[in-house]
Design a protein around this ligand. Structure first.
Ligand code: H79
Length: 436
């Protein structure tokens, strides 16, 4: 019988909750056609024309250390790389397939270089592994809405042995958990229809994962797709419940709690433009200020943000991504204390921004997006609780307003922001309110 060990769970996710900000990397053969990682499915592209990208794959500018440095400089604390995406192509030297980077002209074990580089920067290592596999001959497709061959009458499911696929999938996860040192995050993607939980032989899989990587944390997608909170939230954890909930391209309105009201670890994965894999004509990048505020939103709701980059076919980050990362990094340089180790506060969300809280240092961080009246109501904080108020970026003292000891609001403390309607940082000016 499976017994959920809450203490072990809390211990496993401690670093992860503290880290709050990570980088997602979607990279593979699909960077060459540059129309996204779902290209085989969306364009109903058979294996044979796709194989051309395998024969051509040679990202001469790939430099894992450069990627890791970019993540570090943006203030990210962990990096998750697609070791295998839905196309089945492996960025690692698996002994169970020929469909891998070491067999392309490039000839290198990308996962190996990745884990070494990420660790060298002092960051945590995550590996994404697709449960779907459009390459494996035993992965079902005829009746699978996601499969590129779904409408191809010339290809049948006859002779396909799903259990053989599962042997393969388990063996590859074993390789990832054995050959690359300590793995901090395993990111499975994803369950749908009947393919969930025990259909993946989830209990056996997680038993193996935990025996090889006792401290690794795992997403909840052995049970769900990007939608759905899973069995841990439902209060009936299965052996494959996962350690964090993984909402995709959305930030949950109220964070994520289980049925008993306990906060769960969660992570919103978010693209910079509209695509995961490099997409040449997708120029719809979210501005860096918007992404900074999304990160703050996640933390204010007790969650993480995993921000995606899709490197191109030469192995370089898109220019726009580099620019966005450096702008986020500049903000994080000054304001990371309001992110790392922080989570939700008990205070209501203020109209002018958001609040993150560090329970250990008893500090509230008011993220201020606008200065409408020159004085900031610190609603919910009593004057006698306040030890100090400082601009986080400069350390400068923020006085308590005397002109706003307003008789209409006797219980509200107002911080004096001065008359300038433009705050020191128009993206997000952070006030650190240290409590006694
Ligand atoms: O790896 C990334 C995606 O490839 C994968 N999960 C993230 C982390 C994923 N995205 N969406 N889905 C899985 C669910 C399927 C969405 C689909 Fe579609 C809608 C498949 C076909 C229609 C999105 C839109 C992908 C192609 C078109």
């Amino acid at each position: 019988m499976f017994v959920f060990d809450r203490d072990a769970y809390e211990r496993r996710v401690t670093w992860y909750r503290h880290a709050r900000f990570g980088m997602f990397l979607h990279w593979g053969l699909y960077a060459i056609p540059a129309r996204g990682e779902w290209i085989r499915s969306v364009e109903q592209m058979p294996e044979e024309p796709y194989r051309r990208y395998f024969e051509e794959f040679n990202p001469v500018d790939f430099d894992a250390r450069r990627w890791a440095r970019a993540a570090k400089e943006a203030g990210m604390q962990y990096v998750v790389l697609t070791a295998k995406h839905h196309d089945g192509f492996c960025l690692f030297d698996s002994q169970y397939t020929d469909w891998k980077s070491t067999n392309t002209p490039f000839g290198r074990d990308i996962v190996r270089e990745f884990v070494d580089a990420v660790r060298a920067e002092g960051l945590r290592v995550g590996l994404y592994y697709s449960l779907l596999d459009w390459h494996h001959p035993d992965y079902p497709h005829r009746h699978d809405a996601n499969h590129p061959d779904r409408n191809n009458e010339s290809v049948s499911d006859e002779g396909r042995d799903f259990d053989r696929y599962l042997d393969y999938m388990h063996a590859q996860v074993r390789e990832l958990c054995t050959n690359y040192g300590k793995i901090d995050v395993l990111w499975f993607d994803f369950s749908y229809d009947n393919l969930r939980g025990e259909a993946w032989r989830g209990t056996e899989l997680m038993h193996m994962v935990r025996s090889l990587q006792p401290d690794v944390i795992v997403d909840n997608r052995l049970e769900v797709s990007g939608e759905g909170y899973g069995s841990l939230a439902a209060g009936e954890p299965t052996p494959y419940h996962g350690d964090f909930v993984s909402p995709e391209q959305m930030i949950p309105p109220n964070g994520i709690q289980d049925v008993h009201g306990n906060d769960l670890a969660w992570e919103a994965c978010v693209t910079m433009n509209g695509s995961w894999g490099y997409t040449a004509d997708d120029h719809a990048f979210k501005p860096a200020p918007m992404l900074i505020r999304k990160l703050v939103e996640c933390v204010s709701k007790g969650g993480n943000m995993l921000l995606n980059v899709g490197p191109d076919a030469r192995g370089r980050f898109p220019k726009q991504s580099v620019e966005i990362l450096s702008q986020i990094g500049a903000w994080m340089d000054e304001n990371h204390d309001s992110i790392y180790g922080c989570g939700r506060s008990d205070l209501p969300k203020p109209e002018y921004g958001r609040i993150t809280a560090n329970a250990e240092t008893k500090t509230l961080y008011f993220h201020v997006y606008e200065n409408s009246i020159g004085a900031l109501p610190l609603i919910g904080v009593r004057k006698e609780q306040i030890d100090s108020i400082r601009y986080l970026a400069s350390g400068a003292e923020v006085p308590i307003s005397t002109s706003w000891t307003h008789s209409d609001y006797p219980d509200i403390v107002f911080a004096d922001l001065g008359a300038d309607p433009v705050l020191p940082d128009p993206v997000d000016t952070v006030l650190a309110v240290k409590l006694r």
